[in-house]
Ligand binder design. Structure first.
Ligand code: GTP
Ligand code: MG
Length: 503
């Protein structure tokens, strides 16, 4: 990954972690919050120093040729090379960057001891080292305490430590016991240069290089690369520059450190934002509506609605809920909606949900608000009228027939006609009577269904407004904080999590 891309990614992760903290607010415990904001401060501070830089420190005993190599690598004569030992007491820096000043302030290089290689005329040849900050350090085994202190302070800041040894002193005890043996495990950020090879007869060079490598193996640093060079003749210097170019192209240690710090803090945050917490409270809604329906005595009210013909007032009246009667139900809702939430998040959910009084009042009002069409239905009225007419006609026909029969009046035809009309009327009337009863039963059924579904709709609205909506705000914030924290752990993990959670 390029340095720029690194910085962009890390800044994005900083933004995400900060946003996660903002969304979560005080619902995350103070220690986790503090750790995260400390990590943010450190990360931003380090990013401002520029993580695109690769700090390479030349370290070694006095006279090994650090300053000479510094000049050879930078192709300048900025560092003091001397015969009086130790020569270098102040660090010298060469930056293949125009933005390294903040970093060099942090490392502690004096302003006068810095040179910029990038603005020089031959910049074109130097682009392969872009981002390199080369440091010439004082001698690590110095008689001057301050030199040793400088080395001890700066070595941990470096992305790469180049140990410069010479053919006379490469086996030096102070170097191996004091430094190299302690570097086992970080071989990747080390390089050894055996300088002054020009002072060794050509026939012995391979042998002496192999000896250096063997000593490193004894130190537990068998993996460390050893390069031979001569700062005076320039032999081996292009190889060193090529090696540095490769390292400059890799992710810097600073970027790694920032990435690790951010990951650790964000990971801690995701641990207090469990994945098991639901993103929506919808799954608990139906059960709560059912429980409320029981609580308001919906079955009995439905019976009342079926057997009365008013506008539903009777069925909806009476039995105002008390706050206490709502408490268990509200608790049950909070338990389901708030499953797996941390304590502070649960408090936030409780605070967002209206109290028992409100719920009781809204539920009572919802039941009372149900309105049904009053009076008998059209079918009931029609069949009743039909039955009335049929029975009256039937009765009249039969009575007239009976009277004429007894008086032996009128012709047979007329009497037969009256008998027919009477019988037909009676049959029709009775049939209409049966249909009327059926229509009344159908109306009762329809009224009970309409009442029940209106009450359920009303209860559904109450649950939606008083329970679901506020809970979804809290759960949504929880999910958002978690997604942001995951993004701050690493872009990769955030992508995986999003895929898993939407699957
Ligand atoms: N022959 C030869 N002499 C060298 C080479 N590199 C450095 N020298 C000489 O060794 C002496 C010390 O060189 P410096 O570069 O000052 O060594 P240093 O490691 O910076 O020394 P301090 O600053 O005292 O720690 C100088 O006289 C250099 O000219 C080399 O590759 N070959
Ligand atoms: Mg020097």
């Amino acid at each position: 990954m390029g340095a720029r891309a690194d910085e962009t990614e890390l800044r994005g992760r900083v933004t995400d972690l900060r946003a996660a903290l903002e969304v979560a607010g005080e619902r995350v415990s103070a220690p986790v919050r503090t750790a995260a904001s400390d990590a943010l401060t450190t990360a931003e501070g380090r990013l401002d120093l520029g993580v695109e830089h690769t700090v390479v420190a030349l370290v070694g005993g006095t006279g090994s040729g650090k300053s000479s190599l510094f000049n050879a690598i930078s192709r300048m004569t900025f560092a003091d090379v001397g015969v009086r030992r130790p020569t270098t007491s102040l660090m010298t820096a060469c930056a293949w960057s125009e933005r390294a000043d903040a970093l060099l302030d942090w490392v502690g290089v004096d302003r006068e001891r810095r040179i910029n290689r990038f603005s020089s005329l031959d910049g074109d040849q130097e682009t392969q080292l872009k981002g390199l900050v080369l440091l010439d350090l004082p001698d690590h085994d110095s008689v001057a305490t301050v030199h040793r202190e400088t080395v001890d302070r700066v070595v941990p800041m470096a992305d790469l430590v180049v140990w410069v040894v010479d053919p006379q002193k490469y086996a030096d005890h102070a170097l191996h016991a004091g430094y190299l043996q302690g570097m086992a495990g970080v071989e990747g950020s080390m390089l050894v240069v055996l300088n002054q090879l020009d002072t060794v007869p050509e026939s012995q060079r391979d042998e002496i290089l192999a000896d250096v490598q063997n000593l490193l193996t004894v130190d537990g640093l068998g993996e460390v690369e050893v390069l031979g060079a001569s700062a005076v003749t320039g032999d081996g210097v292009p190889e060193i520059r090529a090696r540095l170019a490769t390292i400059v192209a890799q992710r810097s240690r600073a970027a790694l450190r920032v990435a690790t710090e951010l990951s650790r803090a964000a990971e801690q945050l995701t641990e207090v934002l469990p994945a098991e917490v639901a993103r929506r409270s919808a799954p608990g809604v139906a059960a709560t509506v059912d429980a409320l329906a029981d609580l308001v005595g919906l079955p009995e009210r439905t019976t009342t609605a079926a057997h009365t013909l008013d506008d539903g007032t009777r069925a909806g009246a009476d039995g105002a809920l008390t706050a206490a009667s709502v408490t268990p139900l509200r608790e049950a809702w909070l338990t389901v909606a708030g499953a797996h939430l941390g304590p502070a998040w649960r408090d936030s959910l409780v605070a967002a949900t209206p109290g028992d009084d409100d719920v009781a009042a809204r539920v009572t009002a919802a039941v009372r608000a149900v309105r049904l069409p009053a009076g008998p239905s059209r079918a009931v009225r029609a069949w009743r009228a039909t039955a009335g007419v049929g029975l009256v006609v039937g009765l009249a026909g039969l009575v007239a027939w009976l009277v004429l029969q007894l008086m032996d009046a009128a012709t047979d035809d007329v009497r037969l006609l009256l008998l027919g009309v009477g019988a037909l009327g009676a049959v029709l009337g009775l049939a209409a009577l049966l249909a009327w009863r059926g229509a009344r039963r159908a109306q009762a059924r329809a009224r009970s269904e309409a009442f029940a579904s209106s009450v359920r709709d009303g209860l559904g609205r109450v649950v939606h407004e008083l329970f679901e909506e506020p809970a979804d705000v809290v759960l949504g914030e929880h999910a958002e904080a978690r997604t942001l924290a995951l993004a701050a752990v690493s872009r990769e993990r955030a992508r995986h999590a999003r895929v898993a959670e939407t699957a």
